[in-house]
Design a protein around this ligand. Structure first.
Ligand SMILES: *Cc1c(COP(=O)(O)O)cnc(C)c1O
Length: 231
């Protein structure tokens, strides 16, 4: 996809976000757009940056590091893929956020490895397997609070909120029902005193339903950059 198309996609999505915020009585500007650049080149990232996008998400460590190394702009990088133990060091050192935290052991490694290189904690969201799909990562609903407690005790991490990738469905009401479950868990944590500000939910196919249910950060790839590119 060329620069002009990426930029017009961003303009269109921004306008849609404003419209959905109004429709669902959300505060204007309360939904952040995270550009999922995982399948796309540095040139595509630079085109999106020129259109004002500052936050990018990647799901493979090595692919992301290659782009970061060549990138001259100062961008904020979010990791959204499965976190393997042998990749935590690179993630802790090069990313500002991890949305896909689901294990205590990984949390401890990330915290330690972050503290070794930075005084600024790594922002994390706990990934919840909200639809209980066996092939999807994320903790069960019951495991959210225990993991949140463990993460709060780690000085190298800052727990910002929750993330989920619900079961894919075209039905808007079903999309909303799934996002509502994540929003309810988020509110429960807040009611227990957790100071959270990030409900990371909604992708190209379902983000309006996520905004309706309180998403504060939507993760959009295909709608900005087009389909996966062969690189
Ligand atoms: C790929 C991916 C996205 C973006 O999906 P699109 O359908 O391309 O918008 C969002 N979140 C996660 C965790 C992803 O892996």
């Amino acid at each position: 996809m060329n620069t002009a198309s990426i930029q017009s996609n961003i303009t269109r999505i921004r306008k849609q976000i404003c419209e959905e915020e109004v429709r669902y009585h959300r505060q204007p500007g309360s939904v952040q757009l995270l550009a999922v650049s995982k399948y796309h080149s540095l040139a595509a990232i630079e085109a999106a940056h020129a259109a004002g996008i500052e936050q990018f998400a990647e799901s493979q460590v090595q692919v992301a590091l290659d782009k970061m190394e060549r990138c001259t702009a100062s961008l904020t990088w979010h990791f959204i893929g499965g976190v393997q133990a042998n990749k935590t060091k690179a993630i802790a050192e090069h990313f500002a956020w991890v949305h896909s935290l689901a294990r205590e052991k990984i949390a401890r490694r990330l915290s330690e490895q972050r503290l070794a290189v930075s005084e600024i904690p790594l922002n994390v969201c706990i990934q919840v397997n909200i639809s209980n799909e066996p092939q999807k990562s994320g903790v069960s609903e019951e495991a959210v609070l225990p993991l949140a407690e463990q993460v709060m005790a780690l000085p190298g991490l800052r727990l910002r909120g929750l993330m989920a990738i619900p079961r894919s469905t075209k039905q808007f009401a079903e999309q909303r029902a799934q996002f509502r479950r994540l929003a309810a868990l988020y509110q429960q944590l807040q009611a227990q005193g957790y100071c959270l500000d990030t409900l990371s939910m909604g992708m190209s196919a379902d983000w309006p339903a996520a905004v309706a249910e309180g998403a504060t950060m939507i993760r959009v790839g295909t709608d900005i950059f087009g389909k996966k590119q062969e690189r």
